[in-house]
Design a binder for this molecule. Sequence first.
Ligand code: NAD
Length: 307
Amino acid sequence: MKVAIIGIGSVGAAVATAIKNTGLVHEMVLFDRDGVRARAAAQDLGHAAAFSFDVKITAASSYREIKDSEIVVIAAGANQKPGQTRTDLLAANANVIADIIPKVMANVDAKKVKIIIVTNPLDVMVMLVRDLSKLPASRVIGTGTMLDSARLRTILARQLDVSPMSINAYVLGEHGDSSVVNWESVSIGAIPLNDFCRTTKLPLPQTTRRTIEHRVHNAAYEIIQGRGATWDGIAAAVNDLLRCIINDEKRILTVSSCNAKTNLSMSLPTIVGNNGVIQVLSPRLSTSESNALRASGRIIKKNYNNI
Ligand code: NAD
């Protein structure tokens, strides 16, 4: 399995490291418009082959070298500076995607390739990649709210003193400020959240829930304030998505993919396997969650129309 990563900044380099450390792929090719940076990253990470999986890692000097990649991860483009929202990146990153996708498509097998999008604003970039690549929507997959859902699960895990792996909890909609915490469908193992709280005598009142939502929505801003960018969490998310695809695991992940009927990309619980998106599921929503999800969709559509 050969994977290409386009954009070897903080996120792309962390993604390459995460993938390398699982030995999921035998070959990785790194491309960045800053060739010196990509070569240095490939060299540095390549030396780690002596300590763990011997993955062949090269820096591409042209898009021709991504040939035969079955999965292409797009992590190129401007990132948020302190105080900026993801939407502030819209114009700059639409240009980056418009530059990259035709070159990617000219060098990969359109019948097989899956494109994973990380670049923000995520959902709009998924729609743009779909437009430009002409690939089936099932093979244009944004990491969506995988990271937001992971943040929610870890916060809940600490609150309820149970492993995040046992928490089924989803953040839906835009990977951005309008994302929606889907309390209505949270379960701990197979036990609905409210029943779990009653049984364990660990109450989760509305005020605590609002605080948790705030922490999920503000996590990226806090991290960017503290270390300039976010990369570890998203690298783990991309690696998890890649694993699910490569091993045909058919797990439910909150990825963002384009709905052909509504021509809108947003994150919903989605079964993901070797061919990408297998099925998008409809979670149980409260009335306020349903309204918030519709509002989130309208924001994504408006941003898309503004490109
Ligand atoms: P960065 O500035 O560290 O790296 C971006 C890289 O993209 C640079 O190396 C740059 O040279 C390269 N690049 C820019 N234009 C290019 C082009 N046309 N062709 C090839 N390479 C190009 O930024 P980062 O922190 O790595 O973030 C990358 C993107 O990932 C940003 O849009 C950021 O907002 C996004 N991000 C998304 C999530 C998520 O959950 N989806 C999380 C973190 C970051």
